[in-house]
Design a binder for this molecule. Structure first.
Ligand code: FAD
Ligand code: DLZ
Ligand code: SF4
Length: 509
């Protein structure tokens, strides 16, 4: 052989650039389950099981397609535990002339990769990941010279580039963005779509046993395990979403319901991020549904925006700003993460629901991540790096390139407004409007202060007051500060005292 091709756990695409650069005759493929990747944060059990099973299935499909594959299992004798170690061992087994690898999703791994030529003495070609629409260079060009890096403008470029929902040079329906129509609260319905569930096959069963043995103390429930683990199964999940949920995806995008973990969301992020589904093809299929009259424009535009807009944009920001981005803490937040993020044991019904389902499924939808767990951490002043490590660990779709800008930037405002024009901070009123969590809560969302008041209410004003130096100058916060300033001193005092009592009870947990 001449080429050693290293395929990482989130590169499970037959058209990945490292494979396209070689041929079956010339290549030996390496895939490896390594402890370093399985433990750089304490991943949810379902996340590890999903990735290992999807990796094993992908290796099988490559073999069936005529490739020669070395697959190193976590428990194989001699497993060195790291990417670098496994690469070196593979080079000892096979005399290769060069190493081919597609660039990784994470900075941490990129740093390792940069050492591989020295470590192995072979040329290492790090190829672009062309599963993304926007290359690092293209994003840098777009960002250069702009005062603000607004997703909306970036998204329009991606619409033009792909031609998705374009009529000549104009956006379909005359508007780029139909978000104003996408804020309806949902009602419980017998016809709520159910997720597409896949029964574990023998390969998955074996992985489930491995994970329950080796990662017994990790966060999260392993069973029931229902994720798709092959491209075909993920495609079936996508078809199911497009037929069953996409038509209502827009209207209820920001809604939350107790007892409904998934609503009209796609549950496709794990598959897209691991490489089982192609993002652009997924968008084209959603566009087809609109063209066929099967889904309305506000739904399809909203869905496509999340993928060619937000997903590409946060990746661009990540690679533009790393490694400094990881350390940002604009609001100087320093409180430790409350223990209930790992147990779900809190009287706050909204947080209990979001965290419990995270434990069960390694999944929560965007508004739960942003406006429940994220909002609470922001208001309570939790150190953003610990919030980041939690999100990176607990969701099956979490890789640093996508998780970090969403957490540190969008949700915690730790980048001082690079991603969002103002902090996503909200009191109980927002949660009560967008969900039915408050009905089952021991706190009263209508009470503003005192021991039975919804903690989000006092924490909100405590946040506003605590961060006045940093946020008062933001024009989008002007109304908030004028309300706060007009409030009588003793009312302000009541809010701050209620918040103080609550925060003290957190610390004393
Ligand atoms: P849907 O609501 O059905 O959306 C469709 C698709 O759009 C998703 O599958 C995803 O690929 C993409 N998408 C939607 N929103 C975003 C976004 N803000 N950024 C990037 N892509 C998006 N997403 C991840 O994939 N991995 C993460 O680790 C992650 N961490 C997050 C942390 C926080 C604090 C927040 C607020 C958001 C995070 N997101 C992350 C974004 C978003 O919440 C998830 O992509 C989404 O909930 C996945 O569920 P879904 O597939 O049902 O999404
Ligand atoms: C997330 C993850 C885990 C848990 N385990 C592995 C693994 O054992 N082997 C592997 O190749 N990849 C794994 N991954 C995904 C990697 O962390 C991911 O490919 C890198 O972080 C680059 O984005
Ligand atoms: Fe959450 Fe407050 Fe509503 Fe309880 S009352 S569910 S804490 S928003």
């Amino acid at each position: 052989i001449t080429d050693l091709v290293f395929i990482l756990g989130d590169q499970l695409s037959p058209s990945i650039s490292s494979l396209k650069a070689t041929s079956r005759d010339d290549a030996r493929i390496l895939m490896a389950e390594v402890m370093e990747e399985a433990s750089y944060v304490p991943h949810h059990k379902k996340k590890i099981a999903f990735l290992f099973s999807a990796m094993r299935h992908f290796a099988e499909s490559l073999r069936a397609d005529g490739w020669r594959v070395d697959y190193v299992r976590l428990d194989d004798d001699g497993n060195s535990g790291s990417f670098t170690g496994e690469l070196k061992r593979a080079i000892e087994r096979h005399s290769a002339d060069r190493v081919l690898v597609t660039e990784p999703g994470e900075w941490r791994v990129r740093q390792d990769m940069e050492t591989w030529e020295d470590e192995t003495g072979l040329p290492v070609e790090i190829l672009e990941d062309d599963r993304f629409l926007c290359s690092h260079e293209e994003f840098r060009d777009w960002a250069e010279g702009r005062k603000a890096l607004r997703m909306e403008y970036f998204y329009r470029e991606m619409r033009r580039k792909t031609g998705l929902l374009m009529e000549d040079d104009e956006p379909a329906g005359g508007k780029w963005n139909f978000d104003a129509e996408n804020r309806k609260p949902a009602k419980a319905s017998l016809f709520m779509p159910k997720p597409h569930c896949v029964k574990p096959d023998p390969i998955t069963e074996e992985v489930l046993t491995l994970v329950s043995d080796r990662f017994a103390d990790n966060f999260g429930d392993l069973d029931p395990f229902w994720f798709a683990v092959t491209a075909e199964q993920a495609e079936a999940a996508r078809d199911h979403f497009i037929a069953e949920a996409l038509p209502d995806f827009g209207d209820y995008q920001d809604a939350m319901l107790a007892g409904e973990k998934f609503l009209y969301h796609s549950l496709l992020s794990f598959y897209i991020n691991a490489g089982l589904l192609d993002p652009l093809e997924t968008c084209r299929m959603a566009e087809e549904a609109w063209k066929a009259g099967d889904a309305p424009l506000n739904a399809v535009e909203g869905f496509i925006r999340q993928i060619i807009g937000w997903r590409e944009y946060v990746r661009g920001i990540y690679w533009l700003k790393m490694p400094d981005y990881l350390e940002l803490n604009f609001l100087d937040a320093d409180r430790p993460l409350p223990d209930f993020y790992w147990t779900g044991e809190t009287d706050m019904a909204c947080l209990r629901a979001a965290i419990t389902q995270t434990k069960e499924e390694a999944y929560a939808h965007h508004i739960q991540r942003l406006m429940i767990t994220g909002n609470f951490a922001l208001l309570a002043g939790i150190a953003p790096k610990t919030v980041h490590e939690w999100y990176l660990a607990v969701y099956a779709d979490a890789y640093e390139w996508v998780e970090l800008p969403n957490t540190l930037g969008m949700s915690q405002y730790a980048d001082g407004g690079l991603l969002g024009t103002k902090p996503y901070a909200a009191g109980g009123n927002y949660i009560s409007k967008m969900s039915d969590y408050c009905d089952g809560c021991r706190y009263d969302v209508k009470q503003k202060t005192g021991p039975d008041a919804c903690p989000f209410n006092s924490l909100y004003w405590d946040f506003v007051s605590r961060n006045a130096d940093k946020l008062r100058g933001n024009p989008r916060m002007a109304r908030v500060y004028s309300t706060w300033d007009r409030m009588k001193d003793d009312r302000q005092g009541e809010y701050l005292e209620t918040a103080e009592d609550f925060l003290a009870s957190l610390d004393g947990e």
